[in-house]
Design a protein around this ligand. Structure first.
Ligand SMILES: [Zn+2]
Length: 172
């Protein structure tokens, strides 16, 4: 998928280009292709970018280490400030102070906008920081065994319990 040449975007209908996405993204390991679209509009001194996309990824559960499938979805819009690389970043800062908080990213106005790289970044941000196959996942069996061992004084091992009852039975 080609990049959007920003000066050319000005001459596009409504200064907007919409890119349909239905492909695997480099460096993003997804089970299904990423499906959606990215719309980019030239607003003079900034770009307005909106994207909706989804894909299924295979994750590894933090508790039981089993793999499971998870759907990631993005539906976001973002403003990207257009600023010459050689510009003093502090110049006109007061002038744009109000908007600057929303315009954390900048691009060269004579450069390119990379819709797939942008989408890749958005999808990465959607990856769950805590990966669980299920909210009630009990974890791996080794953990359960370790817990049982540490709790042993309060528990009776059923194998010893049956031996005990056998012995009582023989004694009676
Ligand atoms: Zn799990």
């Amino acid at each position: 998928m080609e990049a959007v040449y920003i000066p050319q975007l000005v001459r596009a209908p409504e200064q907007t280009e919409q890119i349909e996405v239905n492909s695997y993204l480099p460096d993003l390991d997804t089970l299904t292709p990423v499906q959606g679209q990215v719309r980019v509009t030239h607003r003079g001194n900034y770009l307005e970018v909106a994207g909706q996309a989804e894909a299924i990824v295979t994750l590894t559960c933090d508790r039981c280490l089993q793999q499971y499938n998870h759907r990631i979805k993005v539906n976001i819009s973002e403003l990207i400030w257009l600023q010459k690389q050689e510009d003093d970043p502090d110049a006109d800062l007061l002038e744009r102070e109000v908007a600057f908080e929303d315009l954390v990213e900048t691009l060269d106005p004579d450069g390119y906008f990379q819709p797939l790289i942008w989408l890749y970044e958005q999808l990465c941000l959607e990856m769950p920081p805590r990966q669980l196959c299920d909210v009630n996942c009990a974890g791996i069996q080794v953990n359960t065994a370790t817990e049982a061992e540490t709790e042993q004084p309060t528990r009776i091992d059923h194998r010893w319990a049956s031996l005990q009852s056998l012995r009582e039975h023989l004694q009676n």
